[in-house]
Structure formats: C-alpha cells, structure tokens
Design a protein around this ligand. Structure first.
Ligand SMILES: [Zn+2]
Length: 77
C-alpha cells in the first residue's frame, strides 16, 4: 500500500498534504497543468506541487517543455 495507484483526481479532491508530486503523478497531471498554463489559469495553485517537481526533475521538465510546445501548436490551428 504505497498510495501511488490512487487516482490523481480523487487524490486532489481529498486534498493531498504532499507539497511535491512524484514522477508518476507529475506525468498524470502534466497535460492538465499545461492546459491551465496555456489558458492563463493559475496552474501552480490548481495543480500544487507540480512546479516544484519540474524544478527538481529534469526528465519531467523536458516532458513539460515538449508537451507545452505540442499543445501550443494545437491551440493555434
Ligand atoms: Zn519527475
């Protein structure tokens, strides 16, 4: 029982006391985070801990960059 399989949405509703997310959670929430960012929403508030993880995790930061570039292209067309 690590809790890592817990549905991220459910976990968010329950209110996580973890200030930082794991790589698994990061990947699970990254598309939502980027969508919020591109929409001009306070992504850091709505997806707590993800920014902190991106700062400390080069792999996820790279994923964030490419996903963001992809969605930016998407939203233009
Ligand atoms: Zn990571």
């Amino acid at each position: 029982m690590t809790g890592r399989d817990l549905d991220p949405t459910l976990k968010r509703l329950l209110g996580s006391d973890e200030p930082e997310v794991s790589c698994d959670e990061c990947f699970a929430q990254l598309d939502r985070y980027v969508e919020l960012e591109l929409a001009g929403a306070p992504a850091d508030v709505l997806v707590p801990g993800l920014r902190a993880h991106l700062v400390g995790c080069p792999a996820c930061a790279e994923e964030h960059e490419s996903l963001r570039a992809l969605l930016e292209l998407d939203s233009v067309s």
